[in-house]
Design a protein around this ligand. Sequence first.
Ligand code: PLP
Length: 393
Amino acid sequence: MYDFDQVVNRKNTNSVKWMGAKDRYKNPDVLPMWVADMDFVPPKEIVEALKTTAETEIFGYPLPPLQNEELTKSIQTWLKRRNEWKISKENLGFADGVIPALSLALKAVTNENDSVILQTPFYGHFKILIDDAHRKLVNNFLHEDEFGYELDFDDFEQQIIDNNVKAFILCNPHNPTGRVWSENELIQLAKICQKHDVYILSDDIHSDLIMPGYNYQPLAKIYPEYSDHIITFKSVSKTFNLAGLQIAYYITTNQDILEKMNTIRAESFQPELLNSFATSSLVAAYTFGERWLEELISYIEKNYNYLCSFLKEELPKARVANLEATYLSWIDVSYLNINEEELQQKLDDAGIGVETSSEFGITTPKRLFIRINIATSRDTLELGLTRLKTALS
Ligand SMILES: Cc1ncc(COP(=O)(O)O)c(C=O)c1O
């Protein structure tokens, strides 16, 4: 049993979540519950693997990742075991993060000024990478009803037609709403893309953090008819709390796209080789991390249930989205009837560091949202929620 209740002191640990909070929030005593990393130590087998790597005392250039049999095998085995997804080694590519890999892919499948569609609210870095590539962002707003967040397929298709959209960044499962898209939903999206020749960049970084009772499927696996237009992005960074080690991989059956991405990478001097520690961590995570992961998911589920009962009791007008995946809880606080700046001031005064509406592309007047990271010890969560109550009461 891993002790997720243990409070890990992350102050003075060079952590952007804890140390960087000082630059983001005005309150020097802010409790950071923002960026998506966890206040947990990873499985000890990963730490052991990193120590073993250090003890080799060999830190020269490693072989290119595709020639590292242990690395490619561990990915193939993980995807086969967890998602019944058989991939061949030739369909793999590597990068030092999902965002850098998405950026390469976007440049490989679109041209400047092309339109790129995504579901809004969206993970903020998607906008940054679309802007950076001089592409145009097109919003397909999620529909929200009493049952939660739903896709608006009619609007999706209309936006594609109206804006001559060339690429779609799918987030499966979805950050920030926590939705796991069903097989039917995914296939419906893919069919619309196929009809209009739209490439799909599927960011599945949260796909190992699925709550009990929900079923994640990789789109490229369930809709092979269109797999040569789909690139899937994965990582161990969210799942095992290894974001500082910087490793990600992507999968597509389209060899031309893989080659184009390699060319763009070379032209922009992005690294082709992986950091040896990152590689060891991935192999150890996929080889030994599954039991830890199951316990982690169960802990997050309990934290989420605690958050729901707390809000029901203390802030009954706040509407919490169903957490089907991830450790990021999305809360609608539009009832406050204030603007986002006022909300941020209240949160700051109470010392709780969360992210709000506009960071996820929501700028509609009177719509106010908070995304709170619940991957922390119960004690820290309780403290955070108490501060949230002070801010919003
Ligand atoms: C949906 C999504 N994609 C990508 C990332 C970042 O990935 P990386 O650090 O590998 O670039 C995050 C981090 O929060 C995320 O939530």
